[in-house]
Design a protein around this ligand. Structure first.
Ligand SMILES: *Cc1c(COP(=O)(O)O)cnc(C)c1O
Length: 397
């Protein structure tokens, strides 16, 4: 992560195809497009790589989460259980449908704590959404069982974990529906883009129609198509899809580089007895997009984060003090700073955030540092980085 580091001739070729035909839209214009269907080709490529029956490309990962929920019938007043450590997009996408994000604690996997999920289930709960943060996953077998018992939908926000697996299956393809982001800083980038993946043909059909104003996509004449239900526009452009097509074909290469660089850094840090690493659930294999480790306490983590900055070690995050990824700094959500009036149902539904504390999550996020694994580092650069990190940590503990 991120794939843009390795842009080259392949990306340029795909984009040039689109510019030459001049068709920037993914639907229609069959005669003019000279056989170029970049969005469709990218959907096929993702299907093949993730081994999943259906893929719907969209214009962002945030749109992917909203479309996935809508496709599964989640809407106004429904509660969606999600972790308190994620990117803000996760709750934005839920609230866009009038549904209520129910934030719960994470554990040492840095994703949903199973017991906290069980405690959060109410008669209004409609879905559980684990977020596979920083390249690794929640205990999906346990979540599947909870969903089966309680008749809930399991939706995976796999935006940061493309290429990771669980019991041999690609992350994103294990629940009822999965979401990916191809924004500029993700492992595979379209510039902006996202995808919903599913093995459920009804959810796929819903996502396909809903993301294009309800168009049924039958026949060759867009104007003559029918609209079986209401929709919006979350379409991706052919230009964005073209970049993603070149990138997605390189995913196996990207994953190999991530794993190699991750392994060097992890091995170096393993020699420090005070350092522990995030737990990966049994059967899980990380995408190696990040290396996550814990310091013994909050102050040591703060000192380490500062020492990394002083030493010029970039791309490492102490999310406890970050505005975008952890509930501690989400005052705009707690106080519902909305530009427009929101429903009373949602207002009442979010009141719990004024009293709920997240001590267990503070315990993990406060001590965690998450380092982005880059694709463009040379082996010498990774080795040098590893020694600098070890030195900065030893100085801070
Ligand atoms: C990036 C990201 C998103 C949103 O994706 P965009 O394409 O930027 O809209 C959602 N969830 C997580 C966990 C992300 O990292």
């Amino acid at each position: 992560m991120p794939g843009f580091e390795l842009f080259g001739d392949l990306e340029r070729k795909e984009v040039n195809d689109v510019l030459q035909s001049g068709v920037l839209m993914r639907y229609g214009f069959d005669g003019m497009r000279q056989g170029h269907w970049k969005a469709k080709e990218l959907e096929s490529e993702i299907k093949k790589q993730l081994n999943v029956a259906h893929v719907q490309l969209l214009n962002s990962g945030t749109a992917a989460v909203s479309v996935a929920l809508a496709a599964a019938g989640v809407g106004a007043g429904d509660e969606v259980i999600m972790p308190c450590f994620t990117f803000v997009a996760s709750f934005e996408a839920i609230m866009m449908l009038g549904a209520i994000p129910m934030l719960v604690d994470i554990d040492d996997t840095l994703t949903l704590d199973i017991e906290a999920v069980k405690r959060a289930i109410t008669p209004k709960t409609k879905a559980i959404m684990p977020v596979h943060m920083c390249g690794s996953m929640a205990n999906l077998n346990a979540l599947k069982e909870i969903c089966n018992t309680n008749e809930l939908i399991l939706i995976e926000d796999a935006c940061q974990a493309i290429g990771g697996t669980y019991n041999g299956k690609s992350l994103g393809t294990i629940g009822d529906v999965g979401c990916f982001s191809f924004d500029f800083v993700k492992t595979v980038t379209c510039g902006e883009g996202g995808a919903v993946v599913t093995n459920n043909p009804d959810f796929y059909k819903n996502a396909d129609h809903y993301s294009d104003h309800g168009h049924d996509h039958h026949g060759q004449d867009r104007g003559a198509e029918t609209h079986p239900f209401l929709g919006y526009n979350f379409r991706i452009s052919e230009l964005n899809a073209a970049v993603g097509l070149a990138q997605a074909k390189r995913l196996p290469e990207f994953l190999e580089i991530q794993k190699k660089n991750y392994t060097i850094l992890r091995k170096a840090l393993s020699d420090i007895p005070e350092i522990t690493f995030r737990t990966v659930p049994e059967g899980g294999v990380e995408s190696y997009a990040f290396l996550n480790f814990f310091l013994p306490d909050l102050e040591m983590a703060r000192r380490t984060s500062e020492a990394f900055k002083q030493a010029g070690i970039d791309g490492c995050f102490h999310y406890y003090d970050n505005n975008w990824h952890y509930v501690r700094k989400w005052e705009h959500l707690k106080n519902i700073k909305s530009l427009f009036p929101i429903s009373n149902e949602l207002k009442i539904g979010l009141k719990y955030l004024h009293t709920k504390s997240f001590e267990q999550s503070d315990h993990y996020i406060g001590r965690n540092i998450s380092c982005l694994i880059k694709l463009s580092w040379s082996e010498d650069e990774v080795n040098e980085r590893a020694s600098k990190m070890v030195e900065a940590i030893k100085f801070s503990i």
